[in-house]
Unconditional design. Structure first.
Length: 640
């Protein structure tokens, strides 16, 4: 693990040094750099593998190919054997050196052979080529900026912002997406001109030309000729193999054990594989949906060295640092505090992320899709179009006349208007905030936001919808390709690295993902049971009460937190804050929500308020401050 950065088209070593220093938390153990005419590469190392000889940059035999690398390649030993047979010589036992020689052998196509999480930059001194790439699951971030003469890239946006020539200007479309989704999909960042390299993409810069491409995509093709036992055994073997690969490390490894099926299975397999007691970690907020007790049951079952943490103090006090580590206005309570705990005892931790997306854990989405399909079967298209038309009109009328409570009637109108549009229905099922409709936008956005020029979020998602697949499979694919990568993985990774800690995700091992893409939906969601095949597997490895319990989320609930703490902060920050003064948000709207007594019918508006509070803090750190530097820990400073 590490932080990487670079400058193409300019030899400004002072800037490179600032870029590296801004990411000290990503690599406190070592640093290194490389310089050639027109190219600079920087690396901050968090030592995990080959502690003595794994310093970077790393070169090929004649120093003509050099790499700075962040992440882990889990099949690097097998690839190394093949490369040695072809005459390549190695001087370290690192995966980064394997990537260098794989590039020599296969060019940019080498990335199709890697099983792992990575972001890297290779400079080919002979071809004068810069090659940067990011893994297909987006587990390691990479951002870039180009003004036509210079190209900057880094593991974090704040590193690029060390160049004072890069304007710190809010991308208003990204602000719009953030208000609706509470995350930024695909290439978007909060800054105009700075882009995120999308998962599974790479860029080649050669002879002044920038070429961006995608690696060979995974094929979603179900195999319907096999029974339940076949898939059960296949998943069991694949997950065991994945956990074994993810446990490889030269430093202590632990497991973030939430108490759910996914992380509990990872714990079970790790306990079977490891020769020493497994270290496990859990935390909660003292809410009804906490799974601390379930985590303790699994820990007792496998006799792990378990530590947990219950947070009941003021949660918002650490907001500035959470936002700083992510460079976005995200609320990141659970991963922030969990990695703060875990990093005190281990340098690497495995988690259970990915199980829901790959094996069907979001049952409410599938249930709604099933109900929609039933309506489509029973009601003619002509009637459905009529219902949709009337629902849109009624919804517009309700909003125009000030109905903002999120009651069952409003929920019904929102969904029935999209009865024949799967992409829009998917986004509605995602429990979005209320800014989607033009009517809401007029009431919520301030004068700075020109509604007529905003990107249509529905249209944006349309290009990622596979019309050749059923709606249910598309729900899984959209959750996996966008929501999981750009929200859950992004936050977990940035909070972990903020604490100089490496997070690993066995469920996103290439072998496991490939099996999921082949498995029919009926083995993921069956008879109303989500993650059907994983729960079948869990009966063999976990206590019965953990397997049969209903699915819970984790983290601090929106209504609970707004009711207890956030309302007061929102009143201070939003009723007369910078994002209201400068026209991002309408003051009448924020006053109306914040000054009403808390009620559950406004929960989506509270979620938006919470996001806007985070945006106010982010805006004051990144836009209003004179320079980009580690924020003050006192939240009051940023909501004054």
């Amino acid at each position: 693990m590490s932080g990487i950065c670079g400058i193409y088209g300019e030899n400004n070593f002072e800037l490179l040094r600032k870029m590296m220093n801004s990411m000290n938390h990503r690599g406190p153990d070592e640093e290194g750099s490389y310089e050639d005419k027109g190219i600079l590469l920087g690396h901050k190392r968090l030592s995990i593998i080959d502690l003595s000889t794994g310093s970077q940059p790393i070169y090929n035999e004649d120093n003509s190919v050099v790499i700075v690398f962040s992440g882990e390649i889990y099949n690097f030993q097998e690839l190394k054997v093949d490369l040695e047979k072809k005459g390549h010589r190695f001087y370290t036992n690192t995966d980064a050196e394997v990537v260098v020689h794989a590039y020599e052998e296969c060019g940019v196509g080498c990335i199709n052979d890697f099983n792992g999480m990575y972001a890297f930059a290779i400079w080919d001194a002979i071809k004068k080529r810069l090659f940067i790439a990011r893994d297909p699951n987006g587990m390691k971030p990479l951002y870039y900026y180009s003004d036509g003469s210079r190209f900057l890239f880094a593991s974090e946006v704040k590193a690029i912002l060390q160049d004072l020539r890069v304007k710190r200007e809010v991308d208003l479309n990204s602000f719009h997406f953030f208000c609706n989704l509470r995350y930024l999909p695909r290439e978007k960042t909060m800054f105009k001109g700075i882009k995120k390299l999308e998962a599974g993409s790479f860029i080649v810069l050669e002879q002044g030309k920038i070429t961006k491409k995608d690696m060979v995509p995974r094929v979603f093709k179900q195999e319907n000729n096999y029974d339940e036992n076949y898939w059960l055994k296949l998943v069991e073997n694949a997950l065991m193999n994945a956990v074994r690969r993810h446990l490889v490390s030269d430093v202590p490894v632990g497991i973030n054990l939430s108490g759910g099926i996914d992380s509990s299975l990872v714990t079970a397999f790790a306990a079977k594989i490891s020769d020493i007691p497994v270290k496990t970690f859990c935390m909660g907020f003292g809410e009804a949906d906490d799974e601390i007790e379930d985590a303790r049951r699994v820990s007792d079952y496998y006799d792990t060295e378990h530590r947990d943490l219950l947070i009941k103090s003021k949660l918002a006090k650490d907001y500035p640092m959470m936002i700083w580590y992510a460079d976005t206005p995200k609320r990141n309570l659970y991963p922030y505090y969990l990695t703060e705990l875990t990093s005190k005892y281990v340098k690497v931790a495995l988690g259970g992320l990915g199980g829901d997306e790959l094996f069907g854990g979001y049952t409410w989405k599938y249930e709604y899709a099933y109900r929609t399909e039933e309506i489509r079967k029973r009601v003619s298209q002509e009637k459905r179009e009529e219902y949709s038309k009337h629902a849109k009109k009624l919804l517009e009328y309700q909003i125009m006349h000030g109905h903002i409570d999120d009651d069952n009637y409003m929920e019904y109108l929102k969904k029935i208007r999209f009865i024949d549009n799967n992409v829009k229905l998917y986004l509605e099922i995602q429990t979005l905030d209320e800014v989607f409709t033009k009517e809401y936008q007029k009431k919520i956005y301030g004068k700075k936001i020109n509604i007529s020029t905003l990107e249509d979020i529905y249209d944006y998602y349309e290009k990622y919808y596979n019309g050749n697949l059923p709606f249910l499979d598309n729900i899984l694919l959209l959750d996996y390709n966008i929501k999981m990568i750009d929200d859950f993985i992004f936050i977990d990774e940035s909070m972990a690295m903020g604490h100089s800690h490496e997070g690993r995700i066995p469920f996103l091992d290439r072998e496991v993902v490939d099996i999921s893409f082949r498995m029919p939906f009926e083995f993921k969601y069956k008879d109303g049971i989500g993650k059907y095949i994983l729960k079948k597997l869990a009966t063999k490895y976990l206590p019965p009460e953990v397997v049969t319990k209903p699915k819970k989320g984790f983290g601090s609930g929106v209504f609970f937190s707004f009711n207890e703490e956030i309302q007061e902060l929102c009143e201070k920050a939003l009723c007369d804050g910078n994002i209201v003064k400068e026209g991002f948000i309408d003051k009448d709207y924020t006053d109306r929500i914040i000054k009403r007594p808390p009620q559950r019918e406004l929960v989506k508006h509270y979620a938006l308020m919470w996001s806007l509070l985070s945006f106010e803090i982010w805006y004051n750190i990144y836009i209003k401050e004179g320079k980009i530097e580690t924020p003050r820990k006192n939240i009051e400073y940023y909501i004054r």
